[in-house]
Design a binder for this molecule. Structure first.
Ligand code: 5AD
Ligand code: SF4
Length: 433
C-alpha cells in the first residue's frame, strides 16, 4: 500500500487565516493528504503568514529559516508560503529563501491543487475577482463551532492597515452558497456558526447583512450565530434590530474603536468620531440588554500626543468594554500611515500600551466578578486546554466558563451558575434540570 502523504500547516495571525488553513487542508485532503503536527514527518509544509504587524512578520522569517535543513534530510519535501506576507512579497520570498517551492496569497488558495499535481504555478499573487464564487472544501476539526467566510477583502483603507492590499477588494458570497454550507454543518452536528469577513457587516450580495442573519437564524440544528469583525461605520439600526430580534444571534459584538481621539481617528481614516461611535454603543446596549462589546486599540499612532492617548483612556473608562486587544502601532510598508513618520518612541508606545491594558484588565475583572451569582446559558465545548481536570464552554456573550463536570458532553446547551470571576474566564456550577 502506498504510504499516506502528510502535510503540516503553521498558521499565524487572525481567524481569517486560521479558516484559510482549514481550506488548504480541505483541498489537500481531496488529494489524499492527512494533517500531521510534526513538521519533520511532513511531505508538504505550509506557512500561512500574517503581515498585520512587524512582529508577526519577523517570527515567520525566523521559523522559515529554521526549516531550511529539513530539505537536506528529505529532498522531496515541498515548502509553501501562503497568507498575507506571501501576497505582499511574492517572488521576493523565492529570492530570499531558496528552499521555498511555492508562494501563494489568500486570494489564490484554490491553486494549491494545481501546484501539487503539476508543480505550477510557483508564485500566485494575482487579484482574484471570482474568489467569492468558489466553494472551497473546508476540513475543520471536529467540534461544536465552525467558521464560515461570507465576504472577502476590505475597501476601507484604514491608513495603518495592509489588509486591503493583501486581501483585495470587498466581495461577498452569494447567500445560497453560504446557506448550503451552514445547512451541511448543521447536519454534521455543529451547533455554533461564526460568519467571517474582514468587514463582515458590509456584506452585500442578493441580501444585506441583517437579511443574511435572518436566513441563518432559521437553520435547524444551529443554536448560535456569531459574526466578526464589524466596522463601526457599517453598524446600522437594522443590524442592531437583527441582533436584538434574532434568537440565535448572540449578544456579543467585536467593534474595534482603535483610538478615542478624533484627531487620531481622522488620521487613521476610520470614518467616525468618538461621539458617533459612543452613540452606537449606547443604542446597542439599549436595544440588546447585556450585550458584550469588545474592541481593538492601537497605541502610539503617528502624531498621537499625550492628550490623544488620554482621550483613549477616557474612552475605555466611558465604554467599559468586556475585553480588548491592544497593539503598539507598527508601520507597514505601502500603507499611508507608514509615510506619516513613526514619531512616537517605542518607550512611549510601551508605556501607553501598558496603561491601556492595565485599565482594561481592571474593567474586565470587575465585569466578570459582577457576573458571580448570575445564571448563564453555556454551550459546552469539552475538555479545557489550560486546566486539565476542567471542562469548558462559552456564554452567549462569548465569555469562557470552566466547570468540573465530566459527564456533560460537548455541544449541549446547559445552564450554569457563575461562582467565580477571573480575568479571562468565569468559574461555574452546572445547574441540573
Ligand atoms: N499596527 C498596529 N496594529 C494594527 N492593527 C492593524 N494594523 C496595525 C498596525 N499597522 C490592529 C488593528 C486591527 C487589528 C486586527 O490589528 O487594531 O483592528
Ligand atoms: Fe484593515 Fe480597516 Fe479593513 Fe479592518 S476595516 S481590515 S482595520 S482597512
Amino acid at each position: 500500500m502506498e504510504k499516506k502523504k502528510t502535510l503540516y500547516i503553521r498558521t499565524f495571525g487572525c481567524q481569517m487565516n486560521v479558516h484559510d488553513s482549514e481550506k488548504m487542508l480541505g483541498l489537500l485532503h481531496e488529494e489524499g493528504y492527512t494533517a500531521t503536527d510534526n513538521p519533520l514527518k511532513a511531505d508538504i509544509i505550509i506557512f500561512n503568514t500574517c503581515s498585520i504587524r512587524q512582529k508577526a512578520e519577523q517570527k515567520f522569517y525566523s521559523d522559515l529559516g529554521r526549516i531550511r535543513s529539513f530539505k537536506k534530510k528529505k529532498p522531496l519535501l515541498k515548502i509553501a508560503v501562503a497568507g498575507c506576507i506571501a501576497q505582499q512579497e511574492g517572488l521576493n520570498i523565492l529570492r530570499k529563501a531558496a528552499h521555498v517551492d511555492l508562494v501563494f496569497g489568500p486570494q489564490n488558495i484554490h491553486l494549491l491543487k494545481s501546484f501539487i499535481k503539476n508543480g505550477t504555478p510557483r508564485v500566485a499573487t494575482g487579484e482574484n475577482p471570482d474568489i467569492a464564487l468558489y466553494d472551497l472544501p473546508v476540513k475543520r476539526e471536529k467540534g461544536v463551532r465552525a467558521w464560515v467566510t461570507i465576504m472577502y477583502g476590505c475597501n476601507n483603507f484604514c491608513s495603518y492597515c495592509v489588509v486591503p492590499y493583501t486581501r483585495g477588494k470587498e466581495r461577498s458570497r452569494p447567500s445560497r452558497n453560504i446557506m448550503k454550507e451552514i445547512r451541511d454543518l448543521a447536519l454534521q452536528g455543529y451547533k455554533e456558526i461564526t460568519v467571517l469577513g474582514q468587514n463582515v457587516n458590509s456584506y452585500k450580495s442578493d441580501l444585506d447583512f441583517p437579511g443574511l442573519l435572518r436566513e441563518i437564524n432559521r437553520i435547524e440544528g444551529i443554536e448560535r450565530v456569531r459574526f466578526v469583525t464589524s466596522h463601526p461605520k457599517d453598524l446600522t439600526d437594522s443590524l442592531i434590530a437583527a441582533i436584538s430580534d434574532l434568537s440565535k444571534v448572540c449578544e456579543h459584538i467585536h467593534l474595534p474603536l482603535q483610538s478615542g481621539s478624533d484627531k487620531v481617528l481622522k488620521l487613521m481614516n476610520r470614518g467616525y468620531s468618538f461621539e458617533e461611535y459612543l452613540k452606537k454603543v449606547k443604542n446597542l446596549r439599549k436595544r440588546v440588554p447585556g450585550i458584550a462589546i469588545t474592541s481593538d486599540i492601537i497605541a502610539g499612532f503617528p502624531n498621537e500626543e499625550a492628550e490623544d492617548h488620554e482621550d483613549t483612556v477616557r474612552a475605555l473608562r466611558a465604554i467599559e468594554y468586556d475585553g480588548i486587544f491592544a497593539f503598539k502601532f507598527s508601520p507597514r510598508p505601502g500603507t499611508k500611515a507608514a509615510q506619516m513618520g513613526d514619531d512616537v518612541t517605542d518607550e512611549v508606545k510601551t508605556d501607553r500600551l501598558l496603561e491601556i491594558l492595565e485599565i482594561q484588565d481592571g474593567i474586565t475583572g470587575r465585569k466578570n466578578k459582577n457576573l458571580v451569582g448570575s445564571v448563564q446559558e453555556v454551550l459546552t465545548e469539552g475538555r479545557s486546554e489550560g486546566r486539565a481536570d476542567q471542562y469548558t464552554g462559552r456564554t452567549r456573550t462569548n465569555k469562557i466558563v470552566t466547570f468540573d463536570r465530566v459527564d456533560i458532553p460537548p455541544g449541549v446547551l446547559i445552564l450554569v451558575e457563575i461562582v467565580g470571576g477571573r480575568r479571562h474566564s468565569l468559574d461555574g456550577n452546572p445547574i441540573l434540570s
